[in-house]
Design a protein around this ligand. Structure first.
Ligand code: BEZ
Ligand code: FE
Length: 306
């Protein structure tokens, strides 16, 4: 057994941080070393700042254990925790800053994205069941950072219905209100859908308990998700938000950014589908680069395997 060093014998609430970092200094991966050192410093500073008690420490461990136990191939409670603590939105902002060129801002992928959605033709509807919501056209262009059209970009769309429910919340195998489109030579995309409604994030787990304990409402404002990409460009994971939603300024997961706020225009002479209310939005893709690639968010099935 190794003889305890002087540092270990002198451990107190201040020297513990240096001792931990010193013991981890043999980490061979430089990025892991940097991230773990910073994590330990901030974690220890946090415990000192709040004067963490043994009961609070064990309560925190019980909470994180419950978060892990709630995770399945269809449910990622850890991502939900990250979302509701503002960490996902912060990671998205850092990701956006790493782009070589300006692009449409990222917003949360969320737990309802599924990798495969029906491939549809321009102007087709993503709705496969009857809906009482208002029919709308979603249209616009996909452009590069210089404003030139991006042809054959894929535009994946998924959204909740007029009750705030996604297809897989209504029925496990239902495919409704999701589809993949491709832009034409002018970078244009066009889909038909129904106007979405805001909804509460999944509140039946430990994250919901936390949200209630904090007196938060748990709602997301009405939005439509988009994943736009083409090889050679940085993929954009984002969402468009309806500015007239009561929760537009208090999104529980901090996904709303001014540039993503939009509205349903009741009469839009520019819309490719006449006499239908429309939401118009142009997406900008930045050129791909070595730094800052990778998806913002994940399908839960990629984290907990089926
Ligand atoms: C969503 O928009 O689908 C979503 C994002 C984060 C947490 C819950 C839902
Ligand atoms: Fe959503």
């Amino acid at each position: 057994m190794a003889t305890p060093t002087k540092t270990i014998r002198a451990i107190d609430e201040h020297t513990i941080t240096g001792a931990t970092i010193e013991q981890m200094s043999t980490t061979s991966n430089p990025r892991m070393k940097h991230v773990m050192e910073a994590l330990v410093r901030h974690l220890h500073d946090f415990a000192r700042e709040v004067d963490l008690t043994p009961k609070e420490w064990i309560d925190g461990i019980a909470f994180l254990t419950a978060v892990g136990q709630k995770c399945t191939p269809n449910r990622q409670e850890f991502i939900l925790l990250s979302d509701t603590l503002g960490l996902s939105s912060l990671v998205n902002s850092l990701h956006d800053k790493r782009g070589l060129e300006d692009s449409t801002k990222s917003s949360l992928l969320g737990p309802f994205y599924r990798q495969k959605s029906p491939v549809l033709k321009a102007g087709e509807s993503i709705s496969t069941t009857a809906h009482k919501g208002q029919d709308v056209t979603l249209y616009g262009r996909v452009l590069d950072s210089k404003g030139a059209p991006v042809e054959n970009a894929s535009v994946e769309i998924w959204q909740p219905d007029e009750n705030g429910d996604y297809d897989l919340q209504r029925e496990a195998d239902l495919v409704d209100l999701r589809g993949t489109f491709h832009t034409d030579a002018d970078g244009r995309y066009c889909a038909r859908s129904v106007a979405p409604t805001g909804y509460m994030i999944p509140m039946d787990g430990p994250v919901g308990d936390m949200i209630r304990a904090q007196g938060r409402h748990g709602y997301r404002p009405a939005h439509i998700h988009f994943l736009v990409g083409k090889p050679g460009y940085r993929e954009v994971v984002t969402a468009l938000y309806l500015g007239n939603d009561v929760h537009i300024d208090s999104d529980t997961v901090f996904g709303v950014t001014e540039s993503l706020v939009t509205a349903v225009k009741q009469h839009d002479p520019e819309s490719p589908i006449p006499n239908l209310p429309a939401i118009q939005f142009n997406f900008t893709l930045a050129a791909a680069g070595e730094a800052g690639m990778g998806r913002v968010g994940a399908d839960p099935a990629q984290i907990v395997k089926k």
